[in-house]
Design a protein. Structure first.
Lengths: 306, 338
């Protein structure tokens, strides 16, 4: 029992920190992906916008979905949401709490990607260089309108033969990068202020409900883990008994009675207890189905037995 | 048994994380393989497509098969699939569960290879450089070349050193165009895979949770039962061998009694315990029958209380007289006093 207690304490204290760790790793992975990705703007009029905005928005969606997939709590929340009511009422506050904590953690990596992209500037330069007003820049002011689109689209490509050492190109590039970085820093500032306010002001509203919701969401997590552990233990004992019975029935068949039955003594009784009277396939199936369709009430003060 | 229990619990709880670890290692190995691979586009009209698409599609197939080979559970799945029904029904849901979980893990490394290849861009550039739209990207006013010549010129786009079509279409423009398309395809592929994974994972609790719990329990059970059976057989074989050798030595020492007038040493006390572990199976024919019976007719999943089953045994006859396993040899000892 001691070993179980240690394991459960570990899970209890570390469930949140495991998820925080995954969230942080995903954010770092996002940054690494960005730096190792070889950004190459197509420098063609219609393709630029699609490419630039695509690189800015599609990877965050991917990172968000990964954040949901890798988070164990999202499965628990869905199970809790979809389970039939049975003997145990469903608490909407718990489900809302779990949902909001999952969403908050899943949003970190996408936000990090978007902020890094904006602070770096390449995406915005690629996407919006063709939308610049050519009159503002000396090198592009006197070019025909057909050509100016082509030229502006080539601004992100420094090594293009037309753009090499072109001062106007550098001007457009600097202008767009300035806007991009300003946007990036503003978004970061707004998000941090929002997070700060949310955390600061939360105890003013419904603190008791929050404590309850957090407790019961931890409870659901631990209950699920213990259920799986107990199923493992049960299936191991089941298999053990099954195999011993098999050998015994073989021995009965071949009529060898030279050696007496192995008496396990205390061991057999303890294992019978641990099997809890569940000794065939239909009973195990019924147990699992009942666990899903009718979870027991959260009341262990009276003796409950199945 | 305590040691076995600890080991089994470790494997059980960690089997999934062990397989996830192998999955992750294979994904990393595939990225490493890609970066170590020296991509060499042939720069010839028809060979480009074959080479590019081959590098894109053949290694993922190999990685997929490797993912199955490295998975220990494949033999378990095959065994459960092919065994005769016997007294234990076969549940196709369990087989499907086992196959799906193995296939999902085996798909990760190929998906990583395809994404990395598409995001890098070299394969698509090599494969589709002859299909670049020259009219929109290049010089429309270039002197007419025959179709074959144009194809040959375009095929050299990935090989910058030998490219000679700069007037037809600039090399950088074509490479940028193809790489943009390749990266767009790559990101869309990753998005598609992630969305599929998300849907598979999140729709399951909504629809078939009870069936899933059942399949998962029984597939773990099959695994544990197989391991325990192997352990029990190993234990049995050890006891069998021990008793066999002891009997051999007893036989030898009985022979020696006649020659040297030594009293046979008393058999060690723990023969009884080892003999008990034999569970009544003491010769090769019987052991073979036990093993064959285990395969052909697995016992039903129904544990009786410790009363012996009466369907097949001869228990009705009562206790037959016990025979000692080693026939005692009559020896006469001659003492001579000289």
């Amino acid at each position: 029992m001691d070993r179980f207690r240690m394991i459960f304490q570990y899970f209890q204290s570390n469930s949140e920190s495991v998820m925080n760790g995954i969230c942080g790793l995903l954010a770092l992975a996002g940054v690494k992906m960005y730096t190792s990705f070889d950004f190459s703007c197509p420098c063609l009029p219609q393709y630029n916008v699609a490419y630039g905005l695509g690189i800015m928005f599609i990877p965050p969606i991917i990172l968000f979905l990964c954040g949901l997939i890798l988070n164990r709590q999202s499965l628990l929340m869905l199970e809790e949401w979809r389970r039939p009511q049975g003997c145990r009422k469903k608490d909407q506050a718990v489900i809302r709490y779990m949902c909001s904590s999952i969403m908050q953690r899943a949003m970190v990596a996408p936000v990090v990607w978007i902020v890094v992209t904006l602070l770096d500037g390449k995406c915005l330069i690629c996407a919006f260089s063709s939308s610049m007003d050519p009159e503002k820049f000396v090198g592009f002011a006197n070019v025909s309108s057909v050509q100016v689109q082509q030229l502006l689209a080539k601004v992100p490509c420094k090594d293009d033969e037309l753009m090499r050492n072109n001062l106007s190109r550098q001007a457009v590039s600097r202008y767009l990068r300035c806007w991009s970085q300003a946007l990036g820093w503003s978004i970061l500032l707004i998000l941090i202020i929002a997070a700060f306010l949310a955390r600061w002001l939360r105890p003013c509203f419904n603190q008791a409900t929050l404590l309850q919701a957090r407790h019961w969401s931890n409870y659901i997590d631990i209950e699920q883990k213990i259920f799986e552990e107990t199923c493992c233990e049960h299936s191991r004992l089941f298999a053990h008994k099954c195999i011993l019975h098999f050998f015994e029935s073989m021995r009965q068949e071949i009529k060898l009675h030279s050696f007496s039955l192995p008496r396990e003594g205390e061991g057999a009784e303890r294992e019978e207890d641990l099997l809890r009277g569940i000794t065939d396939q239909d009973q195990v199936d019924k147990l699992l189905k009942t666990w899903y369709y009718e979870k027991p009430p959260l009341n262990v003060s009276q003796a409950t037995h199945r | 048994m305590d040691k076995f229990r600890m080991i089994f619990q470790f494997f059980q709880s960690n089997q999934e994380s062990f397989m996830n670890g192998i999955c992750g290692i294979m994904a990393l190995a595939s990225t490493q393989m890609y970066s170590a691979f020296d991509f060499n586009c042939p720069c010839l009209p028809r060979y480009n497509l074959a080479y590019g698409l081959g590098i894109l599609l053949v290694p993922p197939f190999i990685l997929f098969l490797l993912g199955f080979v490295l998975n220990n559970n494949i033999s378990m799945l095959a065994e459960e699939w092919r065994r005769p029904q016997g007294q234990r029904g076969k549940d196709p849901a369990v087989l499907r569960y086992m196959f799906c979980s193995m296939a999902q893990r085996a798909m990760i490394a190929p998906a990583v290879w395809v994404s990395v290849t598409l995001l890098d861009g070299k394969c698509i550039t090599c494969a589709f450089c002859t299909s670049v739209p020259v009219e929109t990207l290049g010089n429309g006013s270039h002197p007419r070349l025959s179709q074959g010549e144009i194809q040959r010129v375009l095929a050299r786009i990935p090989c910058k050193e030998i490219y000679n079509g700069q007037e037809l279409i600039a090399n950088e423009v074509a490479v940028r165009y193809l790489r943009c398309i390749s990266q767009a395809l790559g990101w869309c592929f990753v998005l598609l895979m992630t969305t599929l994974a998300f849907l598979v994972r999140s729709l399951r609790p909504c629809f078939s949770q009870a069936a899933f719990l059942k399949s998962r329990y029984w597939s773990h059970y099959i695994d544990i039962e197989r391991k325990l059976f192997d352990e029990t057989c190993a234990e049995h074989a050890r006891s069998f061998a021990k008793v066999c050798i002891q009997q051999f030595f007893e036989g030898m020492s009985t022979d020696l009694v006649a020659a040297r007038c030594h009293l046979p040493r008393k058999a060690p006390v723990d023969t009884g315990e080892a003999a008990e572990k034999l569970l009544g199976i003491t010769d090769r024919g019987t052991m073979n029958m036990v093993l064959k019976s285990w395969h052909r007719c697995k016992p039903p999943l129904h544990l009786h209380p410790p009363a012996p089953p009466t369907e097949n045994g001869w228990a009705g006859e009562g206790q037959p007289p016990t025979h000692p396993s080693v026939p005692r040899r009559e020896t006469a000892a001659y003492y001579s006093s000289v």
